[in-house]
Design a protein around this ligand. Structure first.
Ligand SMILES: [Zn+2]
Length: 251
């Protein structure tokens, strides 16, 4: 499933989570309901795209890196600047100019690998928060996951049901400390994450268990971005509208 399908499934998951929460603890004004639903559905859509951060060119990854053309350009510039910089220093022309060229080469190299750098930096931040500031153990789990993300195979550990179970438990336990919007947003993110795995099951690659790799679920019902996916996306959007109309009219 690609961007359209995953976003529609995540929106449906977020709408269902929001309405369930609003049914159990109603809000007094429409503005509060809209704000609440907006935050929870956003969390769900983030959760619906996040698993594909383990893929170099997924929608989620494209948000934290330059376009393919610019990455190629930065890689080429990095190589050129580094060669010129080292040549200037080694041939004894100018230490200062050489250093500047090497610096420019390193910066261009970093820009070409922005996704890797952002994921690793975020992971390190989480681990530092856990180790020094005694953040929740979810910070340790998230930190390790972010550090692994650029190096693991697409649809392996990050897409496994086992990873999703620990993530769900951790987020729920963490969110439960802050009732209301925080816990519901955590539930929205969890719902979005599972909606992504559910969406991937329809395709030929499917998802597989981490500890029992032979246990794979792949329904092979349609190809990514095909006609069937577009129909399912429209149906999910329709269901989301029905949920909100039902909430507005009946509740
Ligand atoms: Zn996926």
């Amino acid at each position: 499933m690609n961007k359209q399908g995953h976003s529609a499934l995540a929106l449906l998951a977020g709408s269902a989570t929001s309405v369930t929460a609003l049914t159990t603890s109603p809000m007094s004004t429409s503005l509060e309901v809209i704000g609440f639903a907006g935050v929870v559905c956003t969390a769900s859509i983030l959760g619906g795209f996040a698993p594909d951060l383990d893929h170099k060119t997924s929608t989620a990854s494209q948000k934290i890196q330059l376009s393919s053309g610019k990455r190629k350009l930065m890689r080429a510039l990095s190589g050129i600047f580094l060669c010129i910089g080292f040549a200037l220093i080694l041939l004894g022309y100018s230490m200062q100019a050489g250093s500047i060229c090497i610096g420019a080469g390193i910066v261009a190299g970093c820009l070409a690998r922005l996704r890797t750098i952002i994921l690793i930096a975020s992971g390190v931040l989480m681990l530092v928060g856990y180790a020094i500031y005694e953040w929740h153990w979810m910070a340790l789990f998230t930190g390790i996951a972010l550090l692994m993300m650029p190096f693991v195979k697409h649809r392996w550990i990050i897409h496994s049901p086992e990873f999703a179970i620990i993530l769900s438990l951790g987020l729920y336990i963490f969110g439960s400390q802050y009732p209301g919007l925080v816990v519901t947003s955590c539930l929205g993110f969890i719902a979005g994450w599972w909606s992504h795995l559910f969406g991937d099951i329809f395709g030929s690659e499917g998802i597989r268990s981490l500890f029992a790799p032979r246990f794979k679920i792949a329904l092979r019902l349609f190809d990514n971005g095909g006609f069937a996916e577009r129909i399912i996306s429209k149906l999910c959007q329709l269901c989301s509208i029905v949920i909100w109309v039902w909430y507005g009219v009946v509740l």
